[in-house]
Design a protein. Structure first.
Length: 290
């Protein structure tokens, strides 16, 4: 039986705040580097759905991909989306991008760095060019964007910088040394920028992703690699790009105003509880007791 009319009114009043949750990034200007696909694309859509206007960056070789992504994000969110193609591994390229953003939007509220030049393989097969790309796109680009855009945020007295990192920074695998070195540098650099910019009201954090379902993983090894990762993941599945969207929104919003300098792990527990030998792992799954 339906409740009396006065009780329905009271229930509706109690639930009203849940139906009218304000967008957490409403009218903010968010810059996302490496936004053509993957994590950058997913976070762009998430930020747009939370009310942010967007400036999406890519390197010139990804022009077509970024234009397509921008079109999809505009359609999905209804927000303003601008694009820019700059070499942010160079100071002059990063400075030019920063000027372009300010010319278009007048300010920058959020910076989310996702660029990477990761490398996997036996260390003796790693070339100098492999190393340079991993460090240039995975660390140097972060430093330059934090420096140039961080300066603009400091002038305004507020801002949120989120640097995409990885569990490889902590786990330091032998077959991903250049990538791990870059991401380890990102974690350390993030703490430094948090200290340098904090007095100006600018927050800086790193968001470390874990094992994800990667379509470009070598198909000859994908089954065995996936099986091993699933064995070590407490939640029983690989991550997706969408799994990073919620944490990315939280870290860009005022909900995280007491967090800076930290590395936040969104890895399904892989780093903390997934690296044990079988002898120390749970064996009673599913639980069959009373």
């Amino acid at each position: 039986m339906d409740p009396p009319n006065n009780e329905r009114k009271e229930l509706r009043a109690a639930l009203e705040p849940m139906w009218n949750v304000p967008m957490r990034l409403k009218d903010k200007v968010a810059v996302i580097t490496g936004a053509a696909q993957g994590f950058g694309s997913a976070i762009a859509t998430g930020y747009g759905n939370e009310g942010a206007d967007l400036y999406l960056h890519e390197f010139e070789e990804n022009t077509g991909k970024l234009e397509a992504t921008a079109k999809l994000v505009r359609a999905a969110t209804g927000r303003r989306v601008e694009v820019g193609f700059y070499d942010i591994t160079r100071s002059d390229g990063t400075a030019a991008m920063t000027r372009d953003i300010l010319d278009k939007f007048g300010r920058i509220d959020i910076l989310f760095n996702t660029t990477a030049g990761g490398w996997h393989g036996r260390i003796f097969a790693c070339t100098e060019a492999d190393w340079d790309k991993a460090i240039d796109r995975g660390l140097k680009a972060y430093f330059l964007t934090c420096q140039h855009i961080g300066k603009e945020m400091a002038r305004r007295g507020e801002g949120k910088i989120i640097n995409l990192s990885s569990v490889v920074a902590k786990l330091r695998p032998a077959r991903a040394i250049p990538w791990a070195a870059a991401r380890g540098g990102v974690d350390s650099m993030t703490a430094g920028f948090a200290q340098a910019l904090g007095e100006y009201g600018v927050h800086c954090v790193a968001l470390a992703r874990g094992a994800t379902d990667q379509p470009d993983l070598d198909h000859r090894n994908k089954v065995s690699v996936t099986k091993e990762r699933l064995r070590r993941l407490p939640l029983g599945r690989l991550g997706t790009v969408e799994d990073l969207v919620g944490p990315a929104i939280f870290l860009a919003s005022s909900d995280s105003n007491w967090i800076t300098g930290s590395v936040i792990y969104a890895d399904g527990g892989y780093t903390v509880v997934g690296a044990f030998d079988d002898e120390f792992r749970a064996t009673e799954v599913p639980y069959g007791g009373p």
